[in-house]
Ligand binder design. Structure first.
Ligand code: ADP
Ligand code: MG
Length: 632
């Protein structure tokens, strides 16, 4: 025998994973079989794909099958397939030495959440290693489909290292995995146990699975069956098989089209957003079949990324079987199928939004974050905009949702813009002085809680004829024209002519104090209660957008903000009196700095809190002195 044994160490993350699998997971261990069968099925799909492309394939006439054999006396279970197999290089690359990207995050999640571990394993796709939950030793024998490749053996006890040797035995194409079961895992060599596990987890595998001599699964492509013949249970069973979700799907979308292009699409929207989406961005897509042959797992061009929460399969008679994955995107038929599917999902959602708003709200809560990324889908822009939802001042609380068409339905007479405010919560936004005039005028404001929201509205620019406008860049002249609905709480007396003059000198004084930190200090028409706020000029980008751009290291032009002062507020009335007595009173300087600092703070752009706090402390020290004097 030509013995060329080589020893390898598992990659560090894989070692950590194995450690958790071997030492702390004792429930639902049966899913290891689902994982091995799914790998066998993938390997068979791959070799079938090579055959449709007319590649040279070893042992061409072998039937495409999965065999499960067991020996109760020896505690031995073997899972074998006639799939694509692995060369020595493939073995080293695929098993043990390279960790998937995101494995570190995955491990963190896994160690936090052991109950759900087995579902997490399936979703994340590190399935092979799960065999070590039940195995004390695993031996893989495999031979690649490429003619002339040597067969190889891989062996490990899951304890840090594995060895590989080339074999001289004349193996046939495919892979067999010998599992030497742990003493506490003998059940997995029992026929009835195995049969029930296969039926439970692997019933929809599209290759025959033999347990001993008996074929276990029923092979049917349910997406090709007429809708009326499929029970809800069957849909749910297929969904669970496809996604490893333990829950039922939120929505089932089954579409069969015959003309002009034939295809079947069976799609699902899960009840919960995929917790791995943001760390494993490649892990989405629909499975693409041509005449029942799997061409590509997780194809990413059938649906745009913002619909990546949709799971499912698409099968077409009208695509050529020998199509290559690389040229799919250039295929006209494929592109027509893709746009039809996208359209169909959007129409489905539109129907839900219109006819079952509660179900749509549940959808929005889970998947809205990803869905919003569709602001760049110019082809489907109109439909996309109708599906957007925001919280708004017209809603009762932060849970309420408003569509753009509802907003427009509530426009005030002469209102031509859609106003929005950005903040971390409803209460934070409602405390924003910029909103005072909107309250006074009864103009609805959309509340944007997530950073991406503002990117969305500023990229969209308009809904129908109405431009989106941030409350801090809103044009006051337009707002003033609208009728008041609310008088301010306390009617304040008008300033006398003389006081008006003093007020405008006070504004000049304040401008001098603040220097070029502000473009101007002016009388406010938008405030009714607060003494001051900072606004951006009409053409400027909003403060929150500026922050986003800074975060992204974009060059942002220096702030050009105007400090607005409300002459009707109590504080400013007092300042006018102080100013009249001594226009150089130190108190005016402190108060101005304080008003400016507090406005920056509300705006979220205060960079140096120390100065603000020391001013506050100084004012408190003074006022406590005065307070004591009054008390005595
Ligand atoms: P995944 O299936 O998500 O890629 P696994 O841990 O289950 O992750 O498998 C790792 C890799 O090992 C597979 O991607 C595949 O390349 C290879 N592999 C596993 N089982 C087989 C098999 N039966 N035949 C051929 N290759 C296999
Ligand atoms: Mg796998």
């Amino acid at each position: 025998m030509n013995e060329t044994k080589e020893k390898f160490k598992f990659k560090a993350e894989i070692n950590q994973l194995l450690d958790i699998l071997v030492n702390s997971l004792y429930t639902s261990r049966e899913i290891f079989l689902r994982e091995l069968i799914s790998n066998a099925s993938d390997a068979l799909d791959k070799v079938r794909f090579e055959m449709t492309k007319n590649s040279e394939v070893a042992d061409k006439d072998l039937p495409l099958e999965i065999h499960i054999d067991f020996d109760e006396k020896k505690n031995l279970l073997t899972v074998s397939d006639t799939g694509i197999g692995m060369s020595k290089k493939d073995l080293i690359k695929n098993i043990g030495t390279i960790a998937k990207s995101g494995t570190a995050e995955f491990l963190k999640k896994l160690s936090q959440n052991k109950e759900d571990a087995t579902n997490i394993i399936g979703k994340f796709g590190v399935g092979f290693y799960s065999v070590f939950m039940v195995a004390k030793e695993v031996v893989i024998k495999t031979k690649s489909y490429k003619p002339g490749e040597q067969a190889c053996l891989w062996r490990s006890d899951g304890g840090g290292s594995f060895e590989i040797e080339t074999l001289d035995e004349p193996l046939k194409r495919g892979t067999s995995i010998e599992i030497h079961l742990k003493d506490d895992a003998k059940e997995f060599a029992e026929k009835y146990r195995l049969e029930s596990i296969i039926k439970k987890h692997s019933n929809f595998i599209s290759f025959p699975i033999y347990l001993g001599k008996k074929k276990i699964n029923t092979i049917s492509a349910i997406w090709r069956e007429p809708k009326t013949s499929i029970s809800k249970e069957k849909y749910v069973e297929f969904y669970k098989f496809l996604t490893y979700d333990t829950d039922e799907p939120m929505f089932i979308i089954h579409k069969s089209v015959d003309a002009p292009i034939q295809f079947n699409a069976l799609m699902f929207i899960p009840k919960k957003a995929d917790e791995f989406f943001w760390m494993d961005r490649e892990n989405y897509g629909l499975d693409l079949y041509v005449k029942r042959v799997l061409i590509q797992h997780k194809n990413k061009d059938l649906l745009p990324e913002y619909l990546s929460f949709v799971k499912g399969v698409v099968d077409s008679e009208d695509l050529p079987l020998n199509i290559s994955r690389e040229t799919l995107q250039e295929n006209t038929i494929f592109n027509k199928i893709a746009s039809s599917i996208t359209n169909h999902v959007l129409s489905f959602l539109k129907d839900k939004a219109e006819n079952s708003p509660e179900e749509y709200a549940a959808f929005w809560k889970e998947h809205g974050k990803v869905f919003k990324l569709g602001y760049m889908d110019f082809v489907n822009m109109e439909k996309f905009m109708e599906l957007l939802r925001f919280n708004s001042s017209a809603n009762e609380d932060e849970k309420g949702l408003t569509s753009l068409s509802e907003y427009v339905g509530r426009l005030k007479e002469n209102q031509k813009e859609i106003y929005y405010a950005v903040g971390s919560s409803r209460s934070a936004i409602e405390a924003d002085p910029h909103l005072e005039i909107f309250k006074k005028k009864g103009v609805e404001v959309l509340y944007l809680f997530e950073p991406v929201d503002e990117i969305v509205v500023s990229s969209l620019r308009k809904y129908k004829d109405y431009e989106f406008k941030s409350v801090d860049t809103a044009d006051l002249k337009k707002l003033e024209k609208l009728e008041d609905v609310k008088k301010s709480d306390e009617e304040t007396e008008e300033l006398s002519k003389d006081d008006k003059k003093h007020f405008s000198s006070l504004l000049q004084k304040m401008k001098k104090i603040l220097g070029d930190r502000v473009v101007d200090v002016v009388e406010s028409k938008r405030l009714s209660d607060s003494p001051a706020c900072l606004v951006n000029s009409n053409d400027a980008i909003s403060s929150s957008m500026k922050k986003l751009l800074k975060l992204a290291n974009q060059n942002v032009e220096p702030d050009k903000r105007i400090l607005e002062i409300n002459p009707d507020s109590k504080l400013i009335r007092n300042l006018i009196e102080i100013f009249k007595k001594d226009s150089n009173d130190e108190y005016i300087k402190h108060a101005t700095e304080q008003l400016y600092g507090a406005s920056l703070l509300l705006d979220g752009s205060l960079e140096d809190p120390h100065k603000l706090v020391s001013e506050i402390n100084k004012l408190l020290a003074d006022s406590s002195g005065w307070y004591l004097k009054i008390k005595q």
